[in-house]
Design a protein around this ligand. Structure first.
Ligand code: SF4
Length: 449
């Protein structure tokens, strides 16, 4: 429980405390001395601390950010003092450390290391990513991407907390496809030039061929990049790949998660590692760029098991490999079954992936963090030279407008000059989405039109 006189920040404070894997009482009181001085008093487990900060900011929005940052830092320092333990990302709890680095400008490394107590290894990882992003990063131009959500899967994986429906149980699939195409066509009429298209899931290729063809047809156009998150190999077929080729897809995600059959069974995936390899080769025969997702920290996997999967992926040599850290949220079967994770092993896995992939010719190019990640780590995308997924950079660094279509899609309008982002999410549940699709389109016309 958090006791504070800054109630609007109590969630942020608990985020910091929860990173230490405990649920204990922390008392935090802030006092202001004029406009530029803040004192923070904390009390945890019978120990008391006092922190003093000089507040420098440019405008009220920046002032709020600076106060929030120092409040989180006070909570973090209190916890590190009491537990004698530091975290790899220090007092940073945000999803986008790279975006924060850009915002801090030239002094970002000093800020990460000296103020936020981020480890030198993670600071260096950010430096590598900023360097890889140089040819792609374009915050000045008006950039727009199109995201299409197909929130259906053939079955549910045990670690999944995403609201994805089992496709065989869905009664209104044909209506969903009609509504989605209507939304895509409306999005294409907006006065925007889309740079990238990303069809995400769920598992978009779990749709019947006829529906998939109609959606791809509605999307076809001239883009820099067109990704389909095919995901699970049990749904990748020659027919689906023919459709993707016909409508101009450039990049396909084939996600093994692990190359160990025993783990695939345990997490409820209905395919083997051999299926992944077979489908990967089929996808490559069409000339698509391929991304492979792997997860560090899957249940019952040792460090050696993870290394086996990582080596296998590197050997297959796809253009992109994304290394996720297992993240167990409420709603996933694994969370309900309280699978235990060894945070130390997961950190070793993530380090191994970084070193091995760099030796194999990959560079880290985007990164994000989530709540409840094993070991408080991160998800990192690696790429072969010149093959980075531009959409992933656009969405993480938040300089591009995202027009999202479909249930659970989140559109984003970036007002660069005002340092402001407006987000609006479509309903997650298909029935509600269907009843509101016209309103959703109207709202997008107003914001992006
Ligand atoms: S394929 Fe992805 S979205 Fe579908 S159930 Fe598995 S983890 Fe969830």
């Amino acid at each position: 429980m958090i006791y504070t006189n800054l109630e609007n920040l109590s969630n942020e404070i608990s985020e910091v405390v929860n990173q230490f894997g405990i649920d204990l009482d922390l008392k935090l009181t802030a006092r202001f001395d004029g406009e530029n001085k803040m004192m923070v008093f904390t009390e945890f487990s019978g120990k008391e601390f006092k922190f003093e900060y000089k507040l420098t900011y440019d405008g009220p929005l920046e002032k709020k950010r600076v106060i929030k940052r120092f409040i989180k830092l006070s909570a973090y320092k209190t916890m590190t003092e009491c537990f004698g333990e530091k975290l790899p990302w220090g007092a940073l709890t945000g999803i986008r450390p790279t975006k924060l680095a850009y915002q801090q400008g030239e002094r970002w490394q000093k800020f990460f290391l000296d103020v936020m107590d981020v480890s030198p290894e993670k600071t260096n990882l950010i430096a590598e990513i900023l360097s890889s992003q140089k040819p792609y990063y374009s915050p000045m131009g008006s950039v727009s991407d199109l995201f299409v959500s197909i929130p259906f899967c053939p079955s549910r994986c045990a670690y999944c907390s995403f609201l994805s429906s089992e496709i065989s149980k869905l009664k209104r699939l044909d209506e969903y496809v009609d509504a989605l195409i209507f939304e895509i066509e409306s999005a294409k009429k907006l006065p925007l030039k889309y740079k990238c298209v990303y069809v995400g899931g769920g598992t978009p290729v779990s749709l019947p061929d006829e529906y998939f063809d109609r959606i791809m047809n509605a999307l076809s156009g001239d883009y820099r990049e067109f990704t389909v998150e095919a995901g699970r190999p049990d749904c990748i077929t020659k027919e689906k790949l023919d459709i993707m080729k016909r409508y101009g897809v450039t990049r396909v995600c084939v996600n093994p998660q692990t190359f160990l059959d025993k783990t695939l069974q345990l997490i409820g995936r209905r395919h083997s590692a051999a299926d992944v390899i077979e489908k990967y080769q089929l996808v490559k025969s069409y000339g698509f760029d391929v991304n492979m997702d792997l997860i560090a920290g899957l249940p019952n996997e040792s460090f050696e098991d993870f290394c086996y999967s990582l080596d296998k992926a590197a050997q297959l040599d796809p253009e992109n490999i994304t290394v996720h850290t297992l993240c167990l949220k409420k709603g996933s079967k694994l969370k309900e079954n309280s699978a235990r994770l060894d945070a130390g092993d997961v950190a070793k896995m993530v380090d191994y992936a970084h070193n091995k992939l760099k030796l194999s010719g990959y560079l880290p190019y985007y990164l994000y963090r989530q709540k409840y990640m094993a070991g408080n780590l991160e998800n990192t995308g690696y790429t072969k030279n010149g093959k980075a997924c531009v959409y992933n950079i656009d969405i993480m660094e938040e300089y591009a407008d995202i027009v999202a279509c479909g249930a659970n899609g989140v559109s984003k309008k970036v007002y660069g000059g005002e340092d402001r982002i407006e987000r609006f999410a479509s309903p997650k549940d298909v029935d509600t989405y269907l009843s509101k699709v016209e309103q959703i389109i109207e709202q997008k016309n107003k914001v992006f039109g």
